[in-house]
Design a protein around this ligand. Structure first.
Ligand SMILES: NC(=O)c1ccc[n+]([C@@H]2O[C@H](COP(=O)([O-])OP(=O)(O)OC[C@H]3O[C@@H](n4cnc5c(N)ncnc54)[C@H](OP(=O)(O)O)[C@@H]3O)[C@@H](O)[C@H]2O)c1
Length: 310
């Protein structure tokens, strides 16, 4: 399906890592009418303001990249904030999108909302097939509600709301604050610090064995554009790269790139999280989308942007 580049697209969360990648791509592709609002001018926790903004602007499409996001520590410590803010942001946007007749909406889930001990690689229909990882269950419950809300609205109201389920992402504008960050930016930050200060060792959380899939954020931005245009029978689609390593091997990869040769100490008091998390992205591939950016290429771009923002 072709989308007229003048159509109105409301991109919620355009300042975040994912939102800014989507904005970069859509601008590059010539979309002329992307509506962005920062949190100060539109707090998406506010139902009335969200609805009245959408009634006034009447977007044709909505992409929801606004959310409360964080790593394992933030998820563990701020469960109330994670469940409340995610439920509110997505509910306000999805329901208002239905009320104002939005043609298509993309909601973003995450591979971490699948069950903790899921068969691997993870298929879309494994959602809700087992217990959640306890460190991020509040976030996962909120996100699962968003997935189910899209499904329910499509069934009852014949809307076209889809949910893309990205794997772990990294890229420019990632969060490097060690109290909030995901594992990959945390590793970049620690190893960079070891290089700068000639440290003899770095400490990584857990025992280094969990396996993770990583994808450069621009690949997700491409997927958002691809599936905004693509007619799909499915409303839940995994978006992964297939690039998988243990946390230890990701650490070694960064150390090699930064030419750091120090000892790795494992802080086994810190949680490992889910043992393995790799998506089966065959469904996305069957629709003609696949990840294009290699770990090496994505890492180079990310590290450059990390250095530029120091
Ligand atoms: N990062 C990952 O590895 C990853 C993996 C899988 C899925 N995802 C999904 O991708 C989406 C975006 O994640 P991200 O990593 O880009 O997060 P992020 O960098 O933290 O960005 C989140 C964005 O949401 C905005 N926001 C939060 N609360 C808001 C509110 N009340 N009103 C208006 N705007 C609000 C933030 O605005 P401010 O800039 O004003 O704070 C920010 O622009 C999320 O749905 C997440 O679940 C991310």
């Amino acid at each position: 399906m072709q989308i007229n580049k003048k159509k109105k697209i409301f991109l919620a969360g355009h300042n975040g890592m994912v939102g800014s990648a989507i904005l970069r791509l859509f601008k590059k592709k010539g979309y002329k009418n992307i509506i962005c609002k920062n949190r100060r001018s539109l707090d998406l926790l506010d139902q009335k303001k969200t609805l009245s903004f959408l009634k006034k602007t009447k977007p044709d499409f909505i992409i929801i990249a606004a959310a409360k996001v964080g790593g394992i520590l933030a998820n563990k410590k701020q469960k109330a904030k994670f469940i409340y803010e995610n439920l509110m942001i997505q509910t306000n946007l999805i329901h208002s999108a239905y009320l104002v007749g939005v043609k298509k909406l993309i909601f973003l889930g995450s591979s971490c909302i699948y069950p903790k001990f899921c068969e691997q690689p993870i298929l879309e229909n494994f959602l809700l097939s087992g217990k959640l990882e306890e460190t991020n269950d509040a976030y996962a419950i909120a996100k699962i509600a968003g997935v189910k809300m899209c499904e329910a609205y499509n069934k009852q109201y014949k809307t076209n709301f889809i949910c893309l389920m990205p794997t772990n992402l990294y890229g420019p504008k990632d969060n490097y604050d060690l109290n909030n960050s995901h594992f990959f930016p945390a590793l970049i930050s620690k190893i960079h610090d070891a290089k700068l200060n000639n440290k003899k060792s770095i400490t990584i959380w857990g025992d280094g064995t969990p396996r993770r899939e990583l994808m450069y954020v621009d690949d997700l931005a491409e997927a958002c554009e691809y599936f905004l245009k693509k007619k799909t029978k499915h409303s839940l689609i995994n978006i992964g790269s297939g690039e998988e390593k243990t946390i230890l091997n990701f650490s070694k990869f960064i150390m090699k790139n930064l030419d750091v040769k120090c000892k790795i100490i494992f802080d086994k008091k810190k949680p490992n999280g889910t043992p393995r998390k790799i998506l089966n992205s065959d469904l996305a591939k069957s629709y003609g989308w696949k990840s294009k950016i290699s770990l090496q290429e994505g890492f180079n771009l990310t590290y450059n942007s990390f250095l530029n923002n120091l």
